[in-house]
Design a protein around this ligand. Structure first.
Ligand SMILES: *[C@@H]1O[C@H](CO)[C@@H](O)[C@H](O)[C@H]1NC(C)=O
Ligand SMILES: *[C@@H]1O[C@H](CO)[C@@H](O)[C@H](O)[C@H]1NC(C)=O
Length: 789
């Protein structure tokens, strides 16, 4: 039935008023309560003593039984030392979430700001936005901690590569590109943790290490999945965001995953945990298991014969904390049985206790500490709500716009038919790993701020099982000046433990869209909500469909942002963070195949824009604007790099002297095709070049250009077989008609290197290219003349 909607006062305003006047009881100190006379005698309570000394002092006072009860997320109190129990598991993927038991809404905190789902925010390609969201989320988190409603350890973000378009949790990630995911990880983590030295505002966690990106597909689930990953793919794809999170973002925690990698559960693999995360990347923090994953590797994967062996294997591999009860139950008998020594347990505790001390949990009264002043008025504030709106505007991607279609005009489009199962939704807009939102503006409410609306859901839900109400939808489309269809997916189609079976719109959605478009009086605008790509080839090819907009899951203010884009209040500048494949891509790609590179011998097409060359519906990085941008490169842009001489002499000596098969791979590969980055003088000036790019807004409206910079290696000797890779991105705000010069820095070791089959990073010699939009700039990388003679 068609009805006119009314504009309603946003509920968040009411909610913030409520919050302002509700009183919240402060949290008692976690430990080292100044009112407890005993604490004065404890060295671990003295703020001026160096952290590692405090940690050692505390560990020295604990019995083995007490220590073991601290190895799990639900850490027990130690009343004898004035230490309370602590729940480690809280989540804050895109707003404070109540997915973990550490955080609860109600009791003074009725909601929190729900930002767009991460895949949407990633589409902004805006690092300062990601960091700012992290700052606001941690303000709200600290406020809730102070009020006794949340913990301080948040197991976010999820930075696994969005490898397969069917993955139900792809929505939680920053997309398919390792460089983008790495930048997102570092920015969001800095926002959450703060950047004031060793002190932590809250502790973030990059998860799930590693090669975890399958939930439940075709009879294979994450608890039993053995991901077979090549050294090459691990190094240049799966590990990249985690490395950036630890090295650049300085994250306080990494979570290992449920799955096995090459036959070993990640949480019991010393090469991954002690070797890579701690040894190579120098994690300053703790390693936590995924929830019940230690139990899973014993019970489901039968990786060890006894539970004690499982406990010993994980702790010895470098696991510090178990999300789940397993280690609390089985570690004592593992120590008694000689599988583990108490010192192994001490090392795990040192890592978790150090993080708690960095958070100020052993510094006494929370209200007297930095962030102690944050309270209810800092949650769901008008400023935070505005940032959620801004994030949605920045993340929306314009995929198609036939001439004259968008933006709609308030003067000409006075009545809008708003149709579809996602047209008036609330919780759908925040996706998974969310909390309780402060309030919502639905798409229908957003559009009603601009025009009169006629509304019809047309399907009961996104599964869209029947066409009974399609006639009613056609009827309002015939009357209105323009039609907006809000379609797509929700958590019933894609979610944790729910991978998609196909890429098409569910049920009768496609039929509804085509039928409505055929009869619409004005332009038909298709708005898609989803976390993963949808094959909408039919809509792309239908001349009756005027425009296509991808809104992702746009957060609590998604409806306002969608309307702002449709009516041109916002000139869109989001770009797709993942490839939109056609449905028939799936037939050639088992979800269990971790290979990134194509394998023509078995008809395997490869994955993501970096390796896959086949047809796409929309490519990675795609997104339109209401204006036109032109980019050009300065004539003086450098075209040549010489690898410095001194390095090469040493290198050639080393090459000739290493002949045995047990020695590491030679620094030069094949006939002098590529040099190992560790053998080149990466920091020298010769190994860095600047490209000056002129960006011109050649259209009629102000806009922001999201400039993506890619590099591609020489084609010969293509053991790396990479099409191109993202090496940078810049946002350039330009008034209509204006120009700006942007400097792009290309570092040879970082940006022109590739990874060989042994997992070794190398710089190939020969003709590389840097791609910026349509521009393709050659850069020749050569041995220095002096070095070759
Ligand atoms: C990036 O995001 C920040 C924070 O929302 C915003 O102030 C800034 O304008 C954005 N940059 C561009 C170029 O849009
Ligand atoms: C050459 O080998 C020596 C000894 O293994 C090593 O210390 C040195 O760093 C190597 N030089 C280069 C350029 O690889």
């Amino acid at each position: 039935m068609a009805r006119r909607s009314e504009t309603t006062l946003p509920t968040f305003l009411l909610l913030s008023l409520l919050l302002l006047f509700s009183s919240v009881s402060g949290r008692p100190p976690f430990a080292c309560d100044p009112k407890n006379p005993a604490t004065r005698g404890y060295k671990f309570c003295r703020v001026r003593v160096p952290l590692h000394v405090r940690v050692r002092d505390l560990i020295g006072r604990l019995t083995l039984q007490e220590k073991i009860r601290l190895l799990v997320n639900n850490a027990a109190a130690v009343p004898r030392l004035g230490i309370q129990g602590y729940e480690w598991w809280s989540e804050a993927l895109h707003g404070v979430s109540n997915v973990g038991p550490g955080t609860k809404f109600g009791d003074g905190f009725l909601g929190a700001t729900m930002f767009p789902q991460v895949i949407t925010t990633a589409a902004s390609f805006n690092q300062s936005l990601w960091q700012q969201i992290g700052q606001v989320v941690s303000d709200e988190a600290r406020a809730m901690y102070n009020g006794g409603s949340a913990g301080l350890t948040f197991w976010s973000p999820n930075v696994n590569i969005f490898r397969d378009p069917r993955w139900g949790r792809g929505q939680e990630t920053p997309g398919e590109d390792p460089f983008l995911a790495g930048k997102y990880a570092a920015s969001y983590v800095k926002g959450l943790q703060g950047t004031s030295g060793n002190r932590l505002k809250v502790a973030a966690c990059c998860k799930h290490y590693t090669a975890y990106d399958l939930d439940n597909w075709n009879g294979v689930d994450r608890y039993h999945f053995n991901a077979k990953v090549s050294k090459q793919d691990l190094k240049d794809t799966y590990d990249v965001p985690f490395k950036s999170c630890v090295v650049e973002g300085n994250v306080a925690s990494v979570m290992c995953s449920y799955n096995q990698v090459n036959g070993k559960p990640t949480c019991a693999d010393p090469d991954l945990l002690k070797g890579t995360i701690r040894g190579q990347w120098h994690l300053n923090g703790y390693i936590v298991s995924d929830c019940d994953s230690v139990g899973v590797l014993y019970d489901n994967q039968h990786y060890t014969k006894t539970p004690e062996e499982a406990a010993a294997a994980t702790i010895k591999a470098g696991l510090d904390l178990d999300c789940g009860p397993f280690l609390a139950v089985h570690t004592e008998s593992a120590v008694k049985g000689g599988l583990l020594v108490e010192e192994d347990v001490n090392m795990a505790l040192a890592n978790t206790l150090t993080v708690q001390m960095r958070l100020g949990m052993f510094d006494g009264e929370p209200s007297a500490q930095p962030f102690g002043n944050l309270g209810p008025r800092d949650v769901c504030s008008a400023a935070n709500n505005q940032l959620a709106l801004d994030a949605a505007r920045q993340g929306i991607v314009l995929l198609q716009n036939r001439p004259g279609a968008l933006p709609l005009s308030v003067a000409r489009h006075r009545t809008i038919a708003v149709i579809g199962p996602n047209s008036d939704v609330t919780v759908t807009m925040i996706g998974n790993y969310a909390g309780v939102a402060c309030g919502y503006t639905t798409p229908l409410q957003g559009i009603a701020r601009y025009s009169r609306t006629l509304h019809e859901n047309a399907c009961a839900d996104v599964s869209c099982g029947g066409a009974q109400r399609f006639g009613a939808a056609e009827a309002i489309a015939r009357q209105a000046d323009a039609t907006v269809l809000v379609m797509g997916l929700d958590q019933s189609i894609e979610a944790e433990f729910r991978d998609r079976a196909g890429l098409l719109l569910p049920g009768h959605q496609q039929e509804l869209i085509s039928r409505v478009a055929r009869v619409s009086k004005g332009p038909t605008i298709l708005v898609l909500m989803s976390g993963s790509p949808i094959d909408v080839t039919f809509a792309k090819n239908d001349p009756r469909i005027s425009a296509i907009v991808w809104a992702g899951y746009p957060g609590q203010n998604g409806g306002t942002a969608i309307a702002d884009v449709i009516f041109g209040q916002t000139n869109p500048h989001g770009k797709l963070p993942m490839t939109w494949y056609p449905q028939d891509y799936l037939a050639k790609v088992p979800m269990t195949d971790m290979g990134m590179r194509p394998d023509p011998a078995r008809g395997y097409p490869g994955r993501t824009y970096r390796f896959y060359k086949g047809p796409v519906v929309f490519p990675f990085g795609f997104g339109l604007s209401y204006t036109k941008f032109a980019t050009s490169l300065s004539e003086l842009a450098p075209r040549k790099v010489n690898v410095p001489f001194s390095t090469l002499t040493a290198l050639q000596q080393n090459t000739t002297s290493s002949a045995s098969s047990s020695s590491p791979p030679p620094p030069l590969l094949g006939s002098s095709q590529a040099i190992r980055t560790i053998h080149s003088n990466c920091e020298s000036d010769a190994m860095s070049l600047d490209l000056d790019v002129d960006v011109h807004n050649a259209g009629g409206v102000d806009g922001t250009h999201t400039m993506l910079v890619f590099s591609s290696p020489p084609k010969q000797g293509g053991e790396w077989s990479m099409e191109k890779q993202l090496i940078g991105f810049e946002k350039v705000e330009l008034a209509a008609g204006s120009r700006k010069r942007v400097r792009v820095n290309v570092r040879v070791c970082k940006h022109l290197s590739v990874v060989d089959r042994n997992g070794i990073r190398r710089i190939p010699f020969g003709q590389h290219h840097v791609h910026i939009g349509e521009l393709k700039h050659p850069i020749s990388v050569q041995l220095s003349k002096l070095g070759v003679n």
